[in-house]
Write a protein that binds this ligand. Structure first.
Ligand code: GTP
Ligand code: SPV
Ligand code: MN
Length: 611
């Protein structure tokens, strides 16, 4: 039996409630060793992981890992929010009673870490000293070393974040047990995995994966699901799947901050890392605050809406990351950054990595190259010739300090005032480049009806969206009606209201399918227009679904776009919108206690479209 007390003493972990928690789970999981880690342990843990073959070298100061081939993404069906009150049940949160889920998870986890080390990872999801830091404190227990290495990149880690809590019990208990990955029946009727947030007990129990958000519990389990529940229960804040950027205008000296939600793999990382287009670079600078999570609250002193990124790193999609789409991302994973790649293609001889879209074609000389599963490319049969080299959800994990356009004040406790909140999904028609919304209820209504096109025939009809309210569908912690009311309350309490907007970089030509808008760096242009609109410097053109820019107002210096394409992305297809309103009615009717203000906004838009 491991001497837990001695380990905790030696690590200087003094919080009695954390000690009790570690003792309980060390015994239940049967771990052979217990080790407390902090950020300073990174180099040693990297060396151990290389030695054990869990990481492979990918050039100087870069590392490569593979996950088990059936463990490569989140599983929405196996993810549950559990509480003791059925009133917390929503349409998307997969609610179950905690009295059922807790014993189930404890059963799965009992003895499951035998022979392994249980790492104790005290962490903070917030800049230290931030007003919301009390809700961002947690301790992850994990039996996988590479998970620790990811946590050190994605969160602030060390005993100093939990030792001096005002209420010693006010930390999130986040337990991760990997389980026997080869015998968990992933995706079968006998699936053994469970990813549970016991939200009213601030306890996260994840069993059966060592990949991404399933295992790095500070990220979406705490940063989104638990955070959202706590924000609602305390009435104090929102936890959203948003990116957060700053725009500095060198001419006026002013700074603006925009946050916003796009469903998973829809461009948050790209937007957050965006460089100003060359012709605008002399005047504007875009800075990165966050690419996946933002917590929003009203600052007590100024009465303004504030935001911060609780994370400390980026867990970014590798696919299509290249010099044109995202040069800043490439710099963030250059040699010496200690980046960890997961499930991209790898060449052990040259220590190179590659993924689809890194270059136009894969390396011509396939000697030494292995795909994400470790199979040699040279040995592929003709039928396998078109299989991707990298997994489509392969990722890179790098700490915020490596991002070249990181905001100077990203680690400051204050957070930043929010000027605008934007929503966007992948929609091939109907949604214009940008439409601005000045009314709070209409803005919230717009977020609640955010959707992305169904990508598989089986998932939906042509033109019918997979709705993803506020890009939070996989992270909803409580009922959607309560969520909408809480959102109205938090933002509504701010002295100055942010402007809302819906953006779309993905409209396509119906004939040849090309993207009508060049996207990426040029996405700054509609955002600059939005700020000008808020400042009263442009007027735009009022439509039933918001204000859209006139083509004269949009700065198009250096953009190559045809008149016809431009006209299309700056106009409203009323007939398609009227059709969409019917789907929206059905979507909103699923939620029993949607606030009347949201229904009123819906009816206003509906009526405006008829006039
Ligand atoms: P998660 O980390 O899963 O939450 O996703 P994310 O929203 O951060 O996604 P990410 O930024 O990694 O977007 C991935 C995909 O969107 C890639 O295939 C990009 O090439 C594509 N993408 C991003 N911005 C644009 C754009 O402006 N235009 C077009 N056409 N594609 C874009
Ligand atoms: C997402 O799926 O939206 C992610 C990756 O950002 S994960 O953290 O695995 O959820
Ligand atoms: Mn995400």
């Amino acid at each position: 039996m491991v001497d837990v007390e001695a380990v905790l003493d030696e690590a200087g972990l003094s919080n009695p409630k954390v000690r009790e928690y570690v003792r309980y789970w060390a015994e239940l999981t049967g771990a052979e060793r217990v080790e407390v880690v902090g950020a300073a342990d990174d180099d040693r843990l990297i060396a151990e992981a290389l030695e054990a073959g869990e990481l492979l070298p990918a050039g100087d100061g870069r590392y490569y890992s593979r996950s088990y081939h059936k463990d490569t993404a989140r599983s929405e069906e196996r993810t549950v929010v559990a509480t003791s009150d059925e009133k917390d049940k929503g349409v998307y949160n997969n609610w179950r009673p905690s009295s059922e889920m807790k014993p189930l998870l404890e059963g799965r986890m009992r003895g499951a870490s035998a022979g392994k080390t249980m790492y104790v990872v005290p962490y903070l999801m917030a800049p230290a000293g931030n007003a919301l830091a009390p809700w961002g404190t947690g301790v992850e227990l994990t039996d996988t070393r590479t998970v620790v290495l990811h946590m050190i990149r994605m969160a602030r880690v060390g005993v100093e974040y939990v030792n001096d809590l005002e209420d010693p019990d006010s930390f999130v208990k986040a337990v991760h047990v990997t389980g026997d990955l080869e015998n968990l029946g992933q995706g079968t009727p006998d699936d053994q995995r469970w990813f549970v947030t016991v939200a009213d007990e601030r306890t996260i129990l994840h069993y059966g994966s060592s990949y991404g958000g399933n295992a790095l519990l500070g990220k979406i389990a705490h940063g989104l699901r638990q955070g959202a529940y706590d924000g609602w229960a305390s009435k104090k804040f929102l936890a959203e799947q948003y990116m957060l950027i700053g725009i500095h205008d060198k001419e006026t000296g002013k700074d603006y901050h925009i946050c916003g939600g796009f469903p998973s793999a829809s461009g948050k990382t790209n937007l957050a890392m965006m460089l100003a287009p060359d012709v605008l670079g002399d005047r504007y600078h875009v800075s990165f605050y966050g690419d996946d999570i933002a917590w929003l609250w009203v600052d007590e002193k100024s009465g303004k809406l504030y935001g911060m990124n609780p994370e400390y790193g980026v867990f970014g999609v590798a696919k299509d990351t290249n010099e044109v789409t995202n040069p800043t991302a490439l710099e963030s994973l250059a040699e010496g950054t200690k980046v960890i790649f997961t499930n991209v293609a790898y060449n052990p001889t040259t220590q190179e990595v590659w993924w689809e879209g890194r270059t136009d074609a894969p390396p011509a000389d396939v000697t030494g190259w292995e795909d994400w599963k470790g199979d040699a490319i040279a040995d592929r049969s003709p039928e396998q010739a078109n299989d991707p080299w990298a997994h489509p959800n392969s990722r890179f994990t790098t700490t915020l300090g490596n991002v070249p356009n990181i905001a100077k004040d990203y680690d400051e406790p204050a957070g930043v005032p929010i000027d605008a909140i934007i929503f966007g999904g992948r929609t091939r028609d109907r949604e214009p480049l940008i439409r601005a919304i000045t009314d709070l209820a209409e803005g919230v209504y717009d977020g609640l009806t955010l959707g992305a096109e169904a990508t598989f025939a089986a998932e939906g009809k042509e033109g019918v969206l997979r709705y993803d309210p506020m890009s939070n569908r996989p992270f909803m912690a409580y009922g959607e009606g309560d969520y909408a009311q809480h959102y109205l309350n938090v933002v509504g309490a701010a002295k100055e209201q942010p402007i809302f907007a819906h953006v779309n970089w993905f409209q396509r030509d119906p004939e040849d399918g090309h993207f009508l808008w060049p996207g990426y760096r040029d996405n700054l242009r509609p955002l600059l227009w939005l700020i000008q609109l808020k400042n009263g410097e442009v007027k735009g053109h009022q439509t039933p679904v918001g204000i859209i820019p006139t083509k004269e107002e949009l700065n198009l210096d250096g953009v190559e776009i045809s008149e016809a394409d431009l006209a299309k992305i700056l106009s409203i297809d009323t007939a398609r919108w009227q059709q969409e309103m019917g789907y929206r009615t059905e979507h909103l009717e699923q939620f029993p206690n949607m606030p009347e203000a949201i229904w009123e906004a819906h009816r206003r838009v509906e009526k405006a479209l008829e006039d």
